[in-house]
Ligand binder design. Structure first.
Ligand code: SAJ
Length: 440
């Protein structure tokens, strides 16, 4: 039997040993899905705190219940280690490490490079490696292939099998999970894709093979660039509507009644999160390397990045219209997480809104039920959430709704506040034309 046939056999009878490199919000749910499908899975993560927490039988990932971790550990089907040498025992490895941006705005490939540095030591004949981290088109072929073949002399598609399969994890979502979200899979060779499809197909409901690793890399970038550009479009529409004296929220609701050919996005104070503001810049960076300027991405990024400044200026103008001076006023920012009802503040535009209001001389405080403290890296300041939100609302000259968490009592806030700038249309149902509310 060929190496490919032997490996496929082990993947199909679940005797293959699975390694998940990077046990974060992508890797941990994937490890659980493979373990629940009957594989023996080993999570590999350099963060000893994660390893220790997990080995105490506690899940540190919101989407993975601790009971599941305990059960699978007891069954011996899911373990974790910080020792990369364990890779040499693995037959199949998924790489699920972060791909952030450097402060220069270029891709930060350090996590992928570290993972490949380790894999290079332990890669062996009869191994499949699937890269899941969102990255620029060409990464699998240009970075992973040479790294895993130059020194080892192994042949891709013969001895080892290399693929790209974009992660589609949306933390906190319960309807679409790692198990039931269709999984795109592209190989360096067709044989690579065949092996990967046999592996993932034994655990995940729907695997969608595509013709190459680049097609899979690009599919993921299209998914998130599509969102970023459409959010940029409605943000610019908000700016246009304000100049026209038209309610952008009404316009969007009206357009959304079109039952076909339209998809609703809503404007806001900017673009947060570890995916949408970042993934498209991996594509525009790669295209710049090829002397092509990805103008849609650049423009949408410019508009979205400017929204915190637009919000701060709107607050200043609205207070001015009420004969109030922003400078020296007390301003309470409500909600700093990057989107409602979560505890993640990464790339949140709220920090820029706060920084800009402070620069205009306001005394700014914030409240967020999920975020106890924030740290503005560039400017170095830290803040803690106020404890009593209603007291803070009463004492403020202005309240700026940045993230519309469901838990807020918007009626009480509306009654107690003296002025509200609502960047999320959170008060749409209760503050029809209320003079103390100004919307984005
Ligand atoms: N945002 C808007 N207007 C919108 C939608 C979002 O201003 O109409 C803002 C949000 O406030 C947030 C940012 O954009 O600051 C990103 O929001 P998001 O809803 O895209 O949430 P994310 O960043 O958690 O995106 C993830 C992505 N999942 C993966 O990359 C696997 C994305 O592909 C999903 O489509 C998205 O979740 C989702 O649909 O929830």
């Amino acid at each position: 039997m060929s190496t490919k046939e032997t490996l496929i056999r082990k993947l199909q009878d679940k005797s293959a040993k699975i390694g998940i490199l990077g046990m974060g919000y992508v890797g941990m749910p994937l490890a659980v899905v493979f373990a629940e499908a009957g594989f023996h899975v080993l999570g590999i993560d350099p963060d000893q705190r994660k390893v220790d927490t997990f080995n105490k039988g506690v899940s540190y990932i919101q989407d993975v219940p601790t009971e599941k971790v305990v059960h699978l550990q007891k069954d011996g089907r899911l373990n974790i280690t910080a020792d990369f040498a364990a890779l040499k025992e693995m037959d199949a490895v998924s790489i699920c490490v972060p791909t952030p941006l450097r402060h220069t705005g270029d891709p930060d490939m350090s996590f992928i490079n570290s993972a490949l540095d380790q894999l290079e030591k332990y890669v062996h004949k009869g191994m499949i490696v699937v890269l899941e981290s969102t990255t620029y088109p060409g990464t699998t072929r240009e970075l992973m292939v040479p790294k895993l073949t130059d020194q080892s002399g192994l042949q891709v598609g013969e001895d080892i099998f290399l693929c790209f399969s974009p992660e589609r994890v949306d933390p906190g979502r319960e309807d679409w999970t790692t198990l039931n979200t269709p999984k795109v899979m592209g190989g360096i060779t067709q044989d690579c894709a065949e092996v990967a499809t046999a592996w993932y197909g034994g655990a995940i409901k729907t695997v969608v093979p595509v013709s190459s690793a680049e097609a899979a890399e690009m599919a993921k970038l299209l998914e998130n660039t599509f969102r970023m550009i459409n959010i940029g479009l409605v943000n610019e529409l908000a700016i246009m509507c304000e100049r026209l004296g038209v309610d952008v929220w009404e316009v969007i609701e009206a357009a959304a009644t079109k039952p076909f050919g339209f998809m609703k996005f809503t404007p806001g104070p900017g673009l947060g999160g570890h995916c949408i503001p970042i993934d498209p810049l991996y594509l525009s960076w790669k295209m710049k390397e090829m002397n092509y300027n990805a103008r849609f991405i650049e423009l949408a990024s410019e508009i979205n990045t400017n929204m915190p400044r637009y919000v701060a200026n709107r607050v200043l103008d609205a207070m001015n219209d009420r004969g109030k001076v922003l400078k020296g006023s007390k301003v309470l920012v409500l909600g700093v997480a990057y989107k409602p009802d979560i505890d993640d503040v990464r790339e949140s535009p709220a920090l820029d809104v706060i920084a800009l209001l402070k620069k205009k001389g306001a005394y700014v405080s914030y409240h967020d039920p999920y975020i106890s403290q924030i740290h503005h890296e560039k400017e170095g300041w830290r803040m803690e959430t106020v404890k009593d939100v209603m007291k803070a609302v009463e004492e403020s000259d202005a309240v700026v709704i940045v993230t519309n968490h469901k838990v807020y009592d918007y009626k009480a806030i509306l009654d107690s506040a003296s002025f509200i700038f609502d960047s999320r249309n959170a008060l749409s149902k209760i503050a029809k034309d209320d003079p103390k509310v100004v919307k984005l």
